[in-house]
Design a protein around this ligand. Structure first.
Ligand code: GLN
Length: 456
């Protein structure tokens, strides 16, 4: 059931006031880092006066706090950008505003989107929407919880290795990581440029498809963007679907496997052909990701030097300004990735790590492409477990990284992948299933999920 439609054609001011009141009532979850109340109410009044119209006129939303927005700060959940007021807005925000949508606040994340639990936020973690002892997932944890709690009908997130899909799965909402290049990255804090994507979290596939159709498209400010292709579709034909067996081993939580199998059965009952398939290189995906992505991070985060914008440490010499600003501005996980990235790119190690990882990445892409000539859609769980307990993985980065094992493959290959609610475990924690498609088949994935959405 579309939640967005409830907000269209009614008082925009009431919509915004209700969303802000809900945000305040749910402060204990720490889903939002800031509200942009003044600007939101001004825009709402302009909608109500008929000065702004469009498909999302008066619909409130939140953006992950790594999207540049006007009317408040953009912190990337880091001390570095704690007081940073952006001089411009991300293209995705501009496109939503052009259709009348109203950004009411900024959602919490792992600092610079490095993480899978939102515990790396410099301002404290977001709590899971249905169990405050647990993590929200991440790094778009605030966006997922804001949608799951009904503060807003949709939220923007970013997904570099699973950051939309995994928190969507943990909190029982739909999450879309589109084909690489679908949505402009202009005005979004860069993490790893070869896998950074922008997408949406919403409470149903129709709402997600509507928002995707608005934010996607060519942008001259991001040369990697593709021409418009995201048109919401309805699925009438039967599809051939492959369930990746390496993602269904004993290492995966039994309840996650049960829910995935039940979802697959529903697809079979709907008439689709389902087969077990092998993605033999899945086992290398995490290793590739945690070499390539830190390498790109170490380069992208070089711009935070304490000089141009953001935090500047007091020091007498230039080198000390750089060093101390970076020391004070970055979180431990940011520093770990910068160090790993600098190491794998340094002369002497470049060939052994970075180059080797890129070669295996190509093999992974080829294996995906071969599978996707036979199958329309591939299925895996989104994460090996449901939402874990706060603090459970914080002292063990490898354990934390393992949560990304199912989501990083599609990121490395630039393929569209969505997370859809599929069921719950015995304790009532939501569990999502991941559908991966061919490049530009984003709308088809949502249409396929919609066929059995009502039953979930
Ligand atoms: N959890 C993954 C990581 O830590 C994904 C992060 C993301 O997609 N931004 O890198």
């Amino acid at each position: 059931m579309s939640k967005i439609s409830n907000f269209v054609g009614v008082s925009a001011r009431k919509n915004v006031e209700a969303a802000i009141a809900k945000a305040h009532a749910n402060e204990s979850f720490h889903a939002l880092l800031s509200l942009t109340e003044t600007r939101a109410l001004e825009r709402a009044d302009a909608v109500d006066r008929g000065e702004i119209s469009g498909k999302l006129a008066g619909v409130p939303f939140v953006a992950k706090d790594n999207f540049l927005t006007l009317g408040g700060t953009t912190t990337a959940a880091s001390k570095f950008l704690e007081n940073f007021a952006a001089p411009l807005q991300a293209t995705a925000i501009e496109k939503l505003e052009a259709e009348g949508a109203i950004c009411i606040g900024k959602a919490n994340l792992d600092a610079f989107a490095h993480g899978g639990s939102t515990e790396n936020s410099a301002f404290g973690p977001t709590k899971h929407a249905f169990d405050q002892e647990r993590v929200a997932g991440g790094s778009s944890g605030g966006s997922a919880v804001a949608v799951a709690l009904g503060i807003v009908p949709f939220a923007l997130g970013t997904d570099t290795g699973g950051s939309i899909r995994q928190p969507a799965s943990f909190n029982g909402v739909v999450g879309v990581k589109p084909t690489y290049g679908t949505v402009s990255r202009y005005g979004v804090v860069a993490m790893a440029s070869s896998t950074d994507t922008i997408g949406v979290l919403a409470s149903c596939t129709d709402d997600a498809a509507l928002v995707m159709s608005i934010i996607s498209g060519k942008d001259t400010k991001d040369m990697t963007t593709l021409p418009d292709f995201f048109v919401p579709t309805k699925l009438d034909e039967k599809k051939s679907i492959g369930v990746i067996k390496e993602a269904m081993t004993d290492d995966v939580d039994p309840e996650v496997r049960r829910v995935t199998n039940e979802y697959v059965e529903k697809l079979r009952t709907d008439g689709h052909e389902v087969e077990e398939v092998s993605l033999s290189l899945l086992k290398y995906a995490l290793a590739i990701y945690y070499i390539v992505v830190p390498a790109e991070i170490s380069s992208n985060l070089g711009r935070y030097d304490g000089i141009r914008y953001g935090k500047r440490a007091e020091a007498n010499r230039l080198r000390e300004v750089y060093g101390s600003s970076r020391d004070q501005g970055f979180m431990t996980e940011n520093k770990r990735r910068i160090m790993i990235g600098s190491y794998v790119l340094s002369s002497g190690f470049f060939d052994a790590y970075y180059l080797q990882a890129q070669k295996v990445r190509t093999l992974l892409i080829n294996e995906f492409n071969a599978l996707l000539t036979t199958f329309d859609v591939l299925i895996t769980p989104v994460a090996p477990t449901p939402a874990f307990i706060l603090g459970e993985n914080t002292n063990d980065p490898i354990k934390m990284y393992l949560s990304d094992v199912m989501t990083v493959p599609a990121s490395l290959a630039g393929l569209p992948a969505i997370s859809v609610p599929a069921g719950k475990n015995e304790q009532g924690l939501p569990i999502g299933v991941q559908l991966i498609g061919k490049r530009r088949d984003d709308a088809l994935l949502l249409a396929l999920a919609k066929r059995i959405e009502e039953e979930v």
